[in-house]
Write a protein that binds this ligand. Structure first.
Ligand code: HEC
Length: 133
């Protein structure tokens, strides 16, 4: 499937932005988003045991749970020291992390924990033994 608007170069423009279907509930995008969320340290504040607004898997959202709302929460509404996520993180990764964050409420704690363990076990950096040497 080809879409000239992909990969996205801007955030969702409206609640029913046509690009959302390529990310929301898409297992690949959710998996990538989980990696980036770990790499950018989101879990230091939004850990599995976090409560209140920091709890991202309870299905309750202070700033709205629609795709465009969550994108905006990450990219534009974060308080210091992370106000600049929208400038520092590439747009496509913000879309992927939005898909990941949105998936958490339907995954359940055990599945989130196991995805985290699987991804933490992936070879990274000097341990990568893929074809590129
Ligand atoms: C330094 C701690 C910290 C880190 C790191 C952090 N957050 Fe947050 N996050 C917060 C706080 C505090 C709020 C609540 C902000 C408010 O109420 O104004 C928040 C709010 C949010 C919300 C909105 C929740 C709601 O109920 O509407 C989302 C989504 C979110 N963060 C995602 C992320 C993602 C994704 C990352 C990593 C890229 C991240 N956060 C990293 C502290 C953090």
């Amino acid at each position: 499937m080809r879409d000239d608007n992909l990969p996205p170069r801007t955030g969702p423009q409206k609640a029913d932005d046509a690009r959302i279907v390529y990310f929301d509930r898409n297992a690949y995008q959710i998996g990538q988003g989980g990696r980036y969320a770990a790499w950018y340290g989101c879990n230091t504040c939004h850990s599995l045991g976090a409560v209140g607004v920091l709890d991202l898997d309870d299905g309750s959202w202070r700033y709205g749970g629609a795709f465009a709302d969550i994108y905006r929460s990450i990219a534009e509404r974060h308080p210091a020291p992370n106000q600049s996520f929208g400038q520092r993180i590439p747009v496509q990764q913000l879309w992927q992390m939005t898909a990941y964050v949105r998936s958490l409420q339907s995954f359940g704690a055990e599945r989130i924990r196991r995805q985290g363990l699987d991804q933490a076990g992936e070879p990274q950096g000097a341990q990568w033994t893929g074809p590129l040497r």
